[in-house]
Design a protein around this ligand. Structure first.
Ligand code: TRP
Length: 348
């Protein structure tokens, strides 16, 4: 593994417009990890995951370009990190299939995200949506990633990934040894959840009890990564608050979801934490705090949005980056899948 001791893999689905939650909860953290020289980073646009629910093909393509543009505009550097779209490296699908045959139905039946997404309609969901955690395990284990930055909601999928790694290592222990491999074939990946600072869960601007989401009906509920400065300011100005002044202790935010959300957005944008923000704004009215928040958001997100919008127009440039990234990813994935095939008894 050359000069790197730790390998990071993460992915974002190109299935909706990117918002502040994607930035603060994922992309900003990817950039931080890239700055640490002990990590080798692989950041994927997981288009194969996106089609587990219906996608308009034209829009899927546009969203793939958009996620890539967001990565680049936020500071992910394709000369330092591998950036590519999942479907270009066919080993993801190959290993995903083998994992469909390693994972047990009972394991997948416990996945809460599927139950939440499918609700009462599970009979009409795609098989892909059900098997999606197996593909996610393949994404990670294909590179023997040691660290996986993900949101809270993906923790259970990471545990499944670890179970798959362990079952494969056990079931095929003899064949793995015969290949001359002394240690475990698959590494058990560690999730990186809420590392580096306060937990970032970005909530809906109109209802602080719901997550910020690209599927919420009104655009006023979220900040898109490529909103222009006027739009940013307007949305934050109209963001729901409550009539009280800001508290001076974090405990005072407990029953105030909207206040808590705006404070934690400020903290995340400022690489600080909620208590530090309250030290500054405790006792003040929302009006003053919001003015500072707008200024911070415009300074931090504004240039990223502008750069995204500029990059999106240059499709050829983005595509070259994705293609080069796919070549690098494939060079890592190909030998591994070849070994897996030998281990399970396929003729290669
Ligand atoms: N399931 C993740 C999500 O919806 C996206 C994802 C796919 C991913 N493959 C991954 C994240 C591998 C981390 C590692 O957010």
């Amino acid at each position: 593994m050359s000069k790197f001791t730790k390998r990071v893999f993460s992915g974002i689905q190109p299935s909706g417009k990117l918002h502040l939650g994607n930035y603060l909860g994922a992309i900003q953290k990817f950039v931080t990890l890239q700055e640490d020289d002990s990590y080798e980073n692989i950041y994927c646009v997981v288009d194969m995951h996106a089609i587990t629910v219906a996608q308009d093909p034209k829009i899927l393509r546009a969203r793939t370009l958009e996620v890539t543009a967001a990565y680049l505009a936020s500071g992910i550097d394709p000369t330092k990190s591998i950036v590519f779209n999942q479907s270009r490296v066919s080993q993801h699908a190959e290993l995903g299939w083998i994992f469909n045959c390693v994972a047990r139905l009972g394991w997948l039946n416990r996945m809460t995200q599927f139950k939440d997404k499918a609700g009462k309609n599970s009979e009409r969901m795609s098989v892909g949506l059900y098997a999606y955690p197996n593909l996610m395990a393949a994404d990670i284990l294909l590179y023997n990633a040691t660290h996986v930055p993900v949101g809270d909601d993906q923790k259970q999928h990471l545990e499944l990934c670890r179970d798959i790694a362990q079952k494969f290592n056990n079931d095929y222990a003899e064949q793995i040894q015969q290949l001359g491999i002394e240690s475990d074939f698959f590494t058990q990946p560690e999730p990186l959840i809420d590392f580096g600072g306060a937990p970032v869960r970005v909530m809906n601007l109109r209802d602080g009890t719901k997550k910020m989401s690209s599927s919420a009906e009104s655009d006023m509920t979220r900040i898109n990564m490529n909103d222009d400065s006027d739009t940013l300011a307007k949305k934050l100005k109209k963001a729901k608050t409550d009539p009280e002044a800001l508290p001076s202790e974090v405990a005072g935010l407990a029953e105030r979801p909207e206040a808590r959300n705006l404070i934690s957005i400020f903290a995340a944008l400022d690489n600080s934490d909620s208590q530090a923000v309250l030290n500054q704004f405790g006792g003040q009215q929302f009006r003053e705090f919001k003015a500072a928040l707008i200024e911070l958001a415009v300074t931090k997100i504004g240039p990223i949005g502008d750069e995204m919008n500029r990059l999106i127009k240059d499709e050829a440039h983005i595509d070259t980056i994705l293609k080069d990234g796919a070549d690098k990813a494939r060079a890592l994935a190909e030998p591994l899948v070849k070994d897996v095939k030998k281990i399970v008894g396929f003729m290669v």
